[in-house]
Design a protein around this ligand. Sequence first.
Ligand SMILES: [Zn+2]
Length: 286
Amino acid sequence: MDTMSLLKFNSEQWMRFSDYELRTDANGQRYIVPTEDAVGSMYVPAEHAREIMLDAVEIGKQLTKDLPVEVVEGLILGFVRRHGVLGIMPELPMNDNFAEVKQTSLSESWFFQAGVAPTEQYIGMFFPFNKEMAETIPGSLSIAALSGREPVYELVFSRYYGEKVQWIATYLYELFRCFFAYLNFDNEDDAELRANSRKIIAEFPKHKMRYGINSDARLSVHFTSLKALIDFAFTISVTNSEKPMKMCKHCNKIYYNENARSEFCSGRCRNQWNVYKSRGNKNKGE
Ligand SMILES: [Zn+2]
């Protein structure tokens, strides 16, 4: 069974603006925020969970290279333009009601150190160009309520909500690092790589999960963020016994194929690999 079908009936919506831009805050931090005249619209990311996840891991792979800052920023901006922001603000606090209380407890994550921060300061980090937003949570009949989410999503879906380029880059990089570890957790030739890889995959973030039954008697899973959806799609892919998530032997593209014998992302890559291989053999005088 394709475990990705677990997501097929998930109709939860996510916000994506028509355009985003890079801006620098007063402390010199680079952020991605919607452009001033961008229009927001909702979409159902679970319908594209696999594609979004593969896109995330593929960009993470690019980030392992030594790239100029502009190229990194372009990759991250492209990702957000295609799928929206990660939405990590409501996901990371340990206290679910953080927006209603004065203190926010954070556990250790790829983004923050463990500790307690004043909630206003925590939320303020996501509103670098409009600090007043962090102090108000609008009431009902809002976009958050209409999409079936808690009031705090009014902030996440607002045009003033932004995420640091560094946060998104760290996430995509770590996601690829976990994928690479997954490819090597049973490496028989390199015991050290195998041990490190096993450690890295076991440290993949744990999620609190909310789930239920929808009106069509199907499983419905609640995702606190786009990141949580990507993490879920990644988790069910790498734990699938068919090992459908692979890296192409010829071009290194990350792709999904449930055929256990598949080694190439496309027929073209398989043909090119065979051509190079036969040429290589000829050069050796065979
Ligand atoms: Zn390929």
